[in-house]
Design a protein around this ligand. Structure first.
Ligand code: PHE
Length: 333
């Protein structure tokens, strides 16, 4: 191509482009004009640049191209600024990628606690709370732990003072609640508990527990089984199998554990997983709370919502639940 022809094409584009810019009377129209002129692949300016290589006098053609480019760019910038000024705001470039907005979600452990609380709420349970910094007596003595029980060792329990501990379980809420409310009592007590443990894949030094307790005249082990089976079917699904096996806690007699058949998502299929400890309340615990253990009986259970969340979502390392890494947590919407 001759340089003169190229210059004419460049001038024609300048005229055409300036007209387009002048006619654009809304941000949307201006954006269309910008695409038409400056789009990297299909814009008119690109088309002009692509024929530049075929011109005999490349220097002259380059000057012509730059002249057009600068004229259109500065006209476009001026038009954008003028548009923003008449609209009374800063220039908004509607094509900029949106800034990522973070949307909070409830922590998976909190979601599990909420769901469990809802199931028991339907059965008439209310929520009870107790302090995390707890008197040794509520944590151990009132719950029928013998004075030399190994759990009371400094090794396992975090002592805040001579007689004050960070509660190692939510069971102290049993006695605190019974001191405050007369039977019939049906409560659920979620909360954090603390143990001197290493922070590894299966242990955390602080974790959530949910205590459940029912106290009345004539409460039996059958009530406990029926309630927990109902819970498991509501939480895991109507066909889920459960089983009870013997266990030991100083504050329940007899003591049991409940296992649920769960597919942990690790490729090993369904297997029995212990989800809670439970039992009929030991008469000594009822007496600690000032109740007549001849007249009243009760049951209690304690479960770990973090373990339940891990089983549900196939999480194999408990630290993921307590590391507060949003990249992990934002999956649980
Ligand atoms: N407190 C027990 C634990 O932390 C669980 C439990 C609660 C067992 C209530 C029986 C009854 O392991």
């Amino acid at each position: 191509m001759l340089a003169d022809d190229y210059r004419r094409q460049a001038d024609a584009l300048t005229t055409h482009g300036l007209a387009l810019i002048a006619e654009a009377n809304s941000p949307e129209a201006l954006r269309d004009v910008r695409d038409r002129l400056f789009a990297r692949k299909s814009g008119l300016l690109t088309a002009l640049q692509q024929t530049l290589g075929t011109v005999d006098d490349k220097r002259a053609a380059g000057l012509a191209f730059n002249g057009t480019k600068q004229a259109l760019e500065s006209a476009f910038e001026a038009a954008t600024a003028a548009m923003a000024a008449t609209r009374g705001g800063p220039a908004i470039d509607g094509t900029l990628p949106a800034r990522h907005t973070w949307r909070g979600t409830r922590h998976p452990v909190s979601q599990v606690i909420d769901e469990i609380a809802e199931i028991f709420r339907e059965l008439g349970f209310t929520i009870a709370l107790g302090p995390e910094a707890e008197h040794e007596w509520y944590n151990f003595g009132a719950l029928n732990f013998p004075d030399d029980h190994p759990a009371m060792d400094m090794h396992d329990t975090l002592y805040l003072g001579e007689r004050t501990v960070l509660r190692t379980h939510t069971s102290p809420v049993q006695v605190r609640t019974l001191q405050q409310y007369a039977p019939p009592v049906r409560v659920l007590a979620p909360g954090n508990v603390y143990r001197r443990d290493f922070f590894d894949a299966t242990h955390a030094p602080a974790f959530a527990q949910i205590e459940g307790m029912a106290v009345d005249e004539g409460i039996s082990f059958a009530d406990l089984r029926a309630t927990l089976n109902h819970f498991a079917r509501r939480f895991y699904g109507a066909t889920r199998r459960t089983r009870f096996g013997p266990s030991y806690f100083p504050f329940t007699e007899p003591s049991a554990q409940m296992d649920v058949e769960i597919d942990l998502g690790d490729g090993r299929g369904m297997r029995w997983v212990e989800i809670l400890g439970c039992g009929l309340m030991h008469p000594a615990v009822l007496e600690s709370a000032g109740l007549d253990s001849q007249r009243y009986s009760g049951w209690a259970f304690g479960m770990g919502p973090a373990r339940i969340a891990m089983a549900r979502y196939g999480i194999t390392d408990i630290r993921l639940l307590y590391d507060s890494d949003v990249r992990f947590l934002q999956q649980f919407t």
